[in-house]
Design a protein around this ligand. Sequence first.
Ligand code: PEP
Ligand code: MG
Length: 869
Amino acid sequence: MTPQAACDETLLGGKGASLAEMSRVGLPVPPGFTITTQVCRAYLSTGRTYPEGLREEVETSLAAVAEAAGKTFGAGPDPFLVSVRSGAPVSMPGMMDTILNLGLNDETVEALADRTGDARFAYDSYRRFIQMYGTVVIGVEHALFEDILDEAREAAGVDRDDRLDADALRAVVARYKQAIETDMDDPFPQDVHDQLWGAIGAVLESWNNPRAVTFRALHAIPDEWGTAVTVQAMVFGNSGDNSATGVAFTRHPSTGEKRVFGEYLVNAQGEDVVAGLRTPDPLLPNGHQAGRSMSEHMPEAFTQLVQLGDRLEAHFGDMQDIEFTVDDGRLWLLQTRAGKRTVDAAIRIAVDLAGEGTIARDDAVLHVDPSSLDKLLHPSIDPDAKRQLFARGLPASPGAAAGTVVFSSAAAETAMGEGRPVILVRPETSPDDIHGMAAAEGIVTTRGGMTSHAAVVARGMGKPAITAASAIRIDPDRRSMRAGTVTVREGDWLTLDGAAGEVLLGQLPMVQRPLSGDFATLMEWADGARRMAVRANADGLTDAEAALGFGAEGIGLVRTENIFLEGDGLQVMREMIMAPDERARRFVLERLLPVHRDNFVSLFEKMAGLPVCIRLLDPPLHEFLPREAAELDRVAAEMGLPADELRRRADELHEINPMLGNRGARLAICYPEIAEMQTRAVIEAAIIAGRRSDAPVVPEIVVPLVAYYAELRHLRERIDAIAADVKARHGSDIKHLVGCIIELPRAAIRADLIAGAADFFSFGTNDLTQTTLGISRDDAAHFLSRYLTEGIIERDPFINLDREGVGEVIRMATDKGRGAHPGIVTAITGEHGGDPESIAFCEQIGLDYVSCSPYRVPVARLAAAQAAI
Ligand code: PEP
Ligand code: MG
């Protein structure tokens, strides 16, 4: 155990650490103590035994806390009740268990009733305790308790628990205890110490319940961490109409607006809010539930909540998500953590906090998860689209999505496996639905509120969600749903407008939002903080335009193979391949030269002086020939050639393993005329584009798949010679650069020598991963998923750079290259160039720039800034 003053989240869990920190700075927190995550690890790894001395320490701490409160654990006249709460080092909302009102038994419940003069409250607490303990610790079905409670409500003629009187609740308690005894052959434990240890054990065990295990797998949280257990004095939100429990965000979690946002329930306990079973009221009036907001009903507690929220924000430097309880008019804070938010909100909050002087600009840059920017670049519903409303609900998580309807998480998962986009529709979601929610494009629930499970989880996942769409009636047997007179069946299309809370019929067209305002401000700050440049991989004008729009500072890679496919390019390419000798090939290539040149001129002009790096043809030639026999016959007829001849040439070019075959530098050596034509086109285009504008163009030519120094030297000599010839003919003295793609381990090993012939190195990490690991990038999915589930690897190396392997190869090549050629420019151009963690590694080893797909450019700009801060 650790004293409350220490605030280490890895030891105390997020909840324990935040409570400790809040109590340290004098905020109103119920007293308690935290059992560390170390205990969890020891308990689970030693066959469920506690470390020596733990029992004594817990009992002593409990007695001390009870004494300080002037109460007694397990006895009257003022019985001490506690909550036993789970708390992982990072937030795992609702995934593990918590027990409230522990310490009640047949005697202490009477003492509590006497002391408070409120038997209804005492029995309500006891009934809640038995239900939670019965479900979580003893393992009785939740439904058994819910059925008894339903019957009690029906017998009393009321529709809500808080309208059951003391006698009714006393009867519920008796029936609960009876049900447990019948079901488990054991009575409900009356010894409060047995209760305590039962609860501690169950909370520790809940680290390994299936929900928690799935959540950890989805969020890459290590299994070894374990949960802490906080034992804390109870405060009661259910002790009458001057009591309440709720959740408050210090700013709006969807928009980021600086205004407290949240919900509360009068005369209730915490689980009622998150469970979504009773519809909570808002903290501030929202025009719908007049007179019921917290600011109107409990103005003093509300004002205090807002003030404490401000203090917490200032202290933690971030928007907070606060759990609170009002116990007979007195406000208590039960938890605070950085609130989950949409990406729009994250950006606005970061910019506002910096503007308000709460955090520095660099901190604002660190506040936004780069990967979440992806969602901003996602489309929204075309404003001109005709909307047909099916149902309306609460705008729980913004964004737009379309998909076909499914009614179960299992169906959502199946659909994802088949690549079908779906909308998951449920009465409400529970942590068991986490897989289905991850698989769906968007979520609709017919119950719940803005802080229900579905709302919180969807916001965290960045998916649109609409909750409390209460007009929808789901018919699970028919796998359909109805709202008014309209019926929607499983498989029908729906579109969600999360920000408006609208469920729309059909599949509506989407458009891209403009990126400006706070986004632009944050990006400007990020650009000011980063060291590495960010370029884009772009094959044509559309890509280049997108890249510029997203703030790319150049093009890091033009894969020229697409240019060969433009217009009748494929036809000409095939003629070139079929040509009998080099002379004939050169003749045909003359026709491709203008196409290449025009392409490069427009690219250079579009990029207006920003660097553009063009790669010589990389793929093996047989990729340009038809594969199917019928297609081959058709092409032969078109070319006026005998089909046999084409087949013979295709056979000649056929390779068993083309990825390791005649491609890249090898192709340029075996078919020099192709590289020559491309070089000529690049240099001519640069001269033309340079003359048309004030910005000088410095073209970069990169040779792929280099293994030997001699290869690059040989090709560089030719490239330089052609460039010199073109420049002389045009009377131009522009500069050009020649580099190579390092995507073979041998090139990395010989990087010192190779650097002698290169102006720059570009790490092609797609191929470098393939060639270093010896794993085919096209076949990896079949078996890497097994490696991931077996825990042999933690990440897919084709998505997150394998730092220890491929990363070390890059580091070595960079060091060797710089050693031999100080100032050589180094860059990464594989898919990893858009992955924040891989970008952090590039910063670590000091690469000059990253290049990624245009849509990842903002992600890379932010990630590069964060890595540099
Ligand atoms: C690479 O291999 O990382 C690369 C940039 O090129 P390609 O993906 O075209 O092989
Ligand atoms: Mg490559």
